[in-house]
Ligand binder design. Structure first.
Ligand SMILES: [Zn+2]
Length: 174
């Protein structure tokens, strides 16, 4: 723990960690650990305003972050971390959508939405299943075949019965 002058500007307290990871220091006591109480996206969708509460002194402050600057780390099933890759998610979706009537634009729009959602949560690390679930629910809305293809890879159906029960639940929704 270290102390420094109290700053009146929240934005100026944005600092850079060694790995390039951004964090928000408490302007009152300098602590870097805090919890996000509320997040709001600006009207143009480029800036996130967050209310934060300092873990040490419990005081609250506001930070503003450019959405593009917020890194999203993914926690994989085996516990390893990696930077969120839009490219990887796109490839998974495109595979599932092969020869289906789904335009690239729809996929890109979904990826925009997904990235924005992830950054807006304020979580520094997001478990990979969360992303898989979001993709599945989107594909479920778009195209049954694409959905089942994606789900079969993603859920790693152990045997044909798992797969059939997934199909049944899908068909019963129609
Ligand atoms: Zn503090």
């Amino acid at each position: 723990m270290y102390h420094e002058e109290i700053s009146t500007s929240d934005v100026d307290d944005e600092s850079e960690l060694e790995g390039g990871e951004k964090f928000m220091k408490c302007p009152f006591c300098g602590e870097i650990d805090n919890k996000v109480i509320d997040s709001r996206l600006s009207k143009d969708g480029n800036v996130i305003r967050r209310r934060r509460e300092c873990i040490v002194c419990s005081r609250r402050f506001t930070t503003y972050e450019n959405i593009e600057d917020i890194p999203v780390m993914i926690i994989k099933k085996d516990g390893r971390r990696e930077v969120f890759s839009r490219e990887k998610v796109r490839l998974g979706i495109q595979k599932a959508c092969q020869k289906r009537d789904i335009s690239i634009n729809v996929i890109e729009e979904f990826l925009d939405e997904l990235e924005r959602d992830l950054r807006e949560t304020g979580e520094k690390e997001i478990p990979s299943p969360k992303i898989g679930e979001k993709v599945m629910s989107k594909l479920h809305d778009l195209d049954d075949v694409a959905y089942v293809r994606f789900a079969s890879v993603y859920r790693e159906f152990k045997d044909v019965n798992d797969f059939v029960s997934e199909l049944k639940s899908l068909l019963s929704k129609h």
